[in-house]
Every structure is written in structure tokens, then in C-alpha cells.
Design a protein. Structure first.
Length: 285
């Protein structure tokens, strides 16, 4: 029996192979698009998805999983474990943490001997995913729940999400990250560079082209890390070739200890639109 099971959700953008390797239970979010409900990460191809997104009469809606869904995921993760840690997206961006807390209460009713904890990662995308991975790696090493939580919490202040947005249209629709929307009405086709860390975000620059954005992203990554001990995930939305080129640049220039490429899931892409490039990353201490 494992000492601790780990639960997270599709906003973490965890590559499926990694989630399976570390036995992370990934809760799938739903996306309401036109009159249909899709499961996040399991819908159409990216190109078809973003074409539909651009032409839809109404923007899609996303919502937190029901507490019962969290309870079910927690109980699955706890089938062969003494404890379960559920790691959520930052509560600044979603009500999912509250739903997870309610799910924890429901799961405790059904499994009173299971030690269940919920942790707000203060992050999103693979910044959240790296926190879940750190917890899962500690669990696979046989750590108890307190040490698993300590490992996750020690990483949380160090993970960052750095992105360049090709368009602000979709953020304008969603109303998310309102500080960026001051640029949405600009007649210029600007590309904001934004860093997310510790549950907050701030713009660090604007450029006119995605080529310029790619260079600025890489420079920002270099300034924030040390070569050799970097863990990084290259993110994109419907831009696989650009992401692959950026990953190769990271590999050859920074020799990271861990290099991943992961597309934003649809629930994330709804808010950013296509063309996003970015990094989720941290450095070893």
C-alpha cells in the first residue's frame, strides 16, 4: 500500500504519461460549448477546437467540478493509500479549491480512516503540475503525508508560469486577469508577457510580434533560472511547431534537468485563445 495518493485536475496540464507513471489521479473538468458538454483534454483536435471557439455565437463556459466528483477522485486515489493530497489550481482563478474542500468532507464520510488534505497550489498549468509531481515523487519514495505536503509547499514559492499571449480577445470575453484588459482595446496588435507566481500575476512587458515575444520569453527564463538545475515545461495553444522550436532552444542553451512540452487543455485555452507560448518552471535549490 502506498502511503499517500495524489489528486489534481486537468488545469495542471500534466502530460498523461507522467500522470500515469506517478499514479496521479487527474480530475477531468467539463466545458460547455454551444449546446454540448465536452470533457477537458478529450475533445476535438486543437485546430478544430480553436476554429470552433473563434466562430461560436457564445463563448464556452467552464465550471468547477462538483464536490461529489472530487470525493470520487479522492476515494479512487485512496483505495491503496493511507492518505490523499488533493492539489488545486490557485483559488484566485477558480472556485475549485472550495469544491475540493467540500469533496474532502464528503469523502471523509465514506472513508473515515483515510487522511485527506487539500492544498491550493497558488498556480496553474504545469506550475500546478510540478507541485503535484513533487508530491507524487515524494509519495513514491514512501514519504508520509506530512512530508509529502512539506515537499509540495517547499516548491510552491519557486514555481512560475511565464506566458506570451498572441491575442487578448479571449481574456476579454472571460473577464479573467482584468489588469491585462486595459490593453484589449488597443488598436495595436500587442503581445503581453505575463508572469504568474504565488497566486498573483503581473505584466513584465509588451511586444508587437510573436517572434519578439519568443525572444522576450526566453530572456525572462534565462534571468530567472540557473543552467543545469532547471525544470521546465514549454506550453502552447495550437502552436506545436513554435513550442518544439522553443523547447530545442531551451535544451541546447540551458541544459535543463527536466524538459517537457505540454499544450494547454481546452479549459485553459478558452481563456487565452490560440497562439500562446510560455514556460512553467522552477530551479532546484
Amino acid at each position: 500500500m502506498s502511503r499517500a495518493g495524489i489528486v489534481t485536475d486537468t488545469t495542471a496540464c500534466l502530460p498523461p504519461g507522467l500522470a500515469a507513471r506517478y499514479a496521479i489521479e487527474v480530475l477531468t473538468l467539463d466545458l460547455v460549448f454551444e449546446d454540448a458538454v465536452y470533457r477537458d483534454g478529450l475533445t476535438e483536435s486543437s485546430r478544430e477546437f480553436y476554429e470552433t471557439l473563434a466562430s461560436s455565437r457564445r463563448p464556452p463556459t467552464t465550471g468547477s467540478p462538483a464536490p461529489g466528483a472530487y470525493a470520487e477522485a479522492i476515494l479512487r486515489a485512496g483505495q491503496d493509500a493511507e492518505a490523499v493530497l488533493c492539489i488545486t489550481v490557485s483559488r484566485q482563478f477558480s472556485a475549485m479549491h472550495d469544491a475540493a474542500m467540500q469533496g474532502m468532507a464528503l469523502a471523509r464520510e465514506q472513508a473515515p480512516n483515510l487522511d485527506i488534505r487539500v492544498l491550493d497550489s497558488g498556480a496553474a498549468a504545469m506550475a500546478q503540475g510540478f507541485v503535484a509531481l513533487e508530491a507524487a515523487r515524494a509519495a513514491q519514495e514512501g514519504a508520509g503525508i506530512e512530508h509529502v505536503i512539506a515537499r509540495a509547499e517547499a516548491l510552491m514559492p519557486r514555481v512560475q508560469l511565464l506566458v506570451a499571449l498572441d491575442t487578448l480577445t479571449y481574456l476579454g470575453r472571460s473577464g479573467r486577469v482584468p489588469r491585462l484588459l486595459i490593453w484589449a482595446s488597443s488598436p495595436l496588435q500587442i503581445k503581453p508577457i505575463v508572469v504568474f507566481q504565488r497566486g498573483s500575476y503581473r505584466p513584465i512587458g509588451i511586444v508587437r510580434t510573436m517572434r519578439g515575444a519568443t525572444d522576450r520569453l526566453f530572456q525572462a527564463l534565462e534571468q530567472r533560472t540557473k543552467a543545469g538545475d532547471l525544470h521546465v515545461c514549454v506550453h502552447h495553444t495550437n502552436a506545436p511547431d513554435s513550442a518544439a522550436a522553443l523547447a530545442e532552444r531551451v535544451r541546447t542553451s540551458l541544459q535543463p534537468a527536466e524538459l517537457l512540452v505540454s499544450e494547454f487543455t481546452q479549459v485553459m485555452g478558452v481563456h487565452t485563445g490560440p497562439g500562446l507560448l510560455g514556460f512553467a518552471f522552477y530551479s532546484d535549490e
